[in-house]
Write a protein that binds this ligand. Structure first.
Ligand SMILES: [Zn+2]
Length: 123
């Protein structure tokens, strides 16, 4: 009997984790760094993905804007699990097996995760 960890966590937990990772000291705007950020409902496709509006620059963004997760083809869940396995010191090969990915994908994701979840050269 085999338990698939992907079935044990849900998107809500994943988005909570992203918010904790990127905003450990409270939300700020990824465009102007202002703290004057209000909630603006949730994404239409992903109901756990919070949207925001910055009251200073007026730009809208969501939990993934400006992170390594945005615009990536892997679902957020896979990224979070990859991070979890990295914390357990699993090898890329083991992680690839657990997440049913190929090793080069895991290698790429792991090196991005080590750099931090917020993109460095954001505009
Ligand atoms: Zn702003």
């Amino acid at each position: 009997m085999q338990v698939n960890i992907k079935n044990l966590i849900d998107d809500t937990q994943c988005y909570d984790t992203v918010r904790e990772l990127r905003w450990p000291e409270g939300r700020d705007c990824p465009f102007c760094d202002s703290r004057r950020v209000i909630r603006r409902g949730f994404d239409e496709k992903e109901s756990a993905r919070q949207r925001y509006e910055c009251k200073k620059c007026g730009k809208r963004f969501d939990d993934l804007t400006g992170t390594i997760f945005s615009g990536h083809h892997q679902p957020l869940k896979v990224w979070i699990l990859c991070l979890y396995f990295m914390g357990l010191n699993l090898s890329n090969e083991q992680i690839a097996k657990e997440l049913e990915l190929n090793r080069s994908d895991v290698h790429q994701m792991a090196s991005q995760l080590r750099e931090g979840v917020v993109k460095k050269n954001r505009k």
